[in-house]
Design a protein around this ligand. Structure first.
Ligand SMILES: Cc1ncc(COP(=O)(O)O)c(C=O)c1O
Length: 327
């Protein structure tokens, strides 16, 4: 594989986000004319250029495409404002560092995301920040923000809950730091396995998945953290198991703790999930989706569902800036 150049944000004014600044454009840039519709969502490069979502924006040899070699964040926008943005930018920087990518300045992401949200037209939305290693032939990193309407499946999962299967991830749990190349805890672009697991669920009368390690420990969903109520306690598998530290779950735990509720990271088995008092998949965009059936067995709502939804709603309230920083 060609060695990629050190990652850095593309210089302001570069013609495309994925081409060395000195190279002439191979085709006209896909920049959106002022006022042009950008359905179905908006796309803004890290240098602030607004692009037309209906036109190609990446080079075919972008390492994000060829290798899944990059990182991303997915976050909620409410009333036109990104929720828990600082936490997402911190995690993006940690993920980038894990891949040896130099993260762009947070202010560059803030400007680019603000432009994408403004163009989207305010309200609630689904935002993604993407950073790849750039082209295989070298040059700057590729960075952009996408903003889309909240998917109907997301809204349905919040309202109606989801049916979930437990599936093995085929992994064993390693001590933290033992194998940094596995990128545990980094939100990399390599989600093909996670998407395959969700397709498997859909083909087997379910909507989502909870991954188990080979020793039976509960890990996480393909795009979510697992939250279990047991009595009055709210429990979730610890990040030391090599899972992604969930920002929504961290915010929910902080909010719950402020209100005197007991919450903790704890090792859980599939049996624990069946025997609890409520089970949810939690993530920044979908928020809390109640698991209403697990491996084909119905799970009753339990007494905590409204409280969990309210805690998450409060944890994700805007303005995010007035909230204490959470690592
Ligand atoms: C693998 C994985 N775990 C957990 C989560 C939940 O993380 P967050 O609450 O930061 O959205 C996600 C979110 O997409 C994820 O992809």
């Amino acid at each position: 594989m060609a060695s990629a150049s050190p990652a850095s944000p593309e210089p302001p004014g570069a013609d495309t986000n994925a081409r060395p600044a000195t190279e002439p454009p191979a085709e006209p840039p896909a920049e959106a004319p002022a006022g042009a519709p950008t359905e179905p969502g908006t796309l803004v490069r890290l240098d602030g250029t607004v692009l037309d979502r209906s036109r190609p924006a990446l080079c075919a040899d972008d390492l994000g495409v060829l290798r899944g070699d990059g990182v991303f964040e997915a976050l909620l926008v409410t009333d036109g404002r990104p929720v828990l943005l600082r936490e997402h930018l911190d995690r993006l920087a940690r993920s980038a560092a894990a891949l040896g990518l130099r993260p762009p300045e947070p202010s560059a992401w803030e400007r680019c995301l603000a432009a994408a949200i403004a163009r989207h037209g305010g309200g609630d939305a689904y935002a993604r920040l993407v950073l790849t290693r750039g082209r295989e032939s070298g040059g700057p990193a590729t960075g952009y923000a996408l903003v889309d309407p909240l998917p109907a499946t997301t809204l349905r999962a919040r309202a109606d809950g989801i049916r979930v299967l437990t599936l093995t991830r085929g992994t064993v749990t390693l001590p933290p730091g033992r194998a940094p190349w596995l990128l545990h805890g980094a939100k990399s672009l390599s989600y093909a396995v996670n998407m395959a697991a969700q397709r498997w669920a859909r083909a087997h009368d379910a909507e989502d998945v909870i991954f188990l390690a080979e020793d039976g420990m509960v890990l996480e969903g393909p795009t979510s953290a697992v939250l279990l109520a047991r009595g009055d306690r709210l429990l979730s598998p610890p990040p030391e198991l090599g899972i992604l530290p969930s920002i929504a779950l961290g915010a929910l735990f902080a909010e719950a703790a402020e209100r005197g509720r007991h919450c903790a990271y704890a090792r859980l088995t599939a049996e624990d999930l069946h025997g609890g008092d409520g089970l949810w998949l939690v993530s920044s965009v979908r928020l809390a989706a109640r698991v209403r059936a697990l491996d084909g067995a119905d799970l009753p709502p339990g007494p905590h569902h409204d409280a969990v939804a309210a805690l998450l709603h409060a944890a994700c309230r805007n303005p995010a800036a007035d909230r204490p920083h959470r690592p």
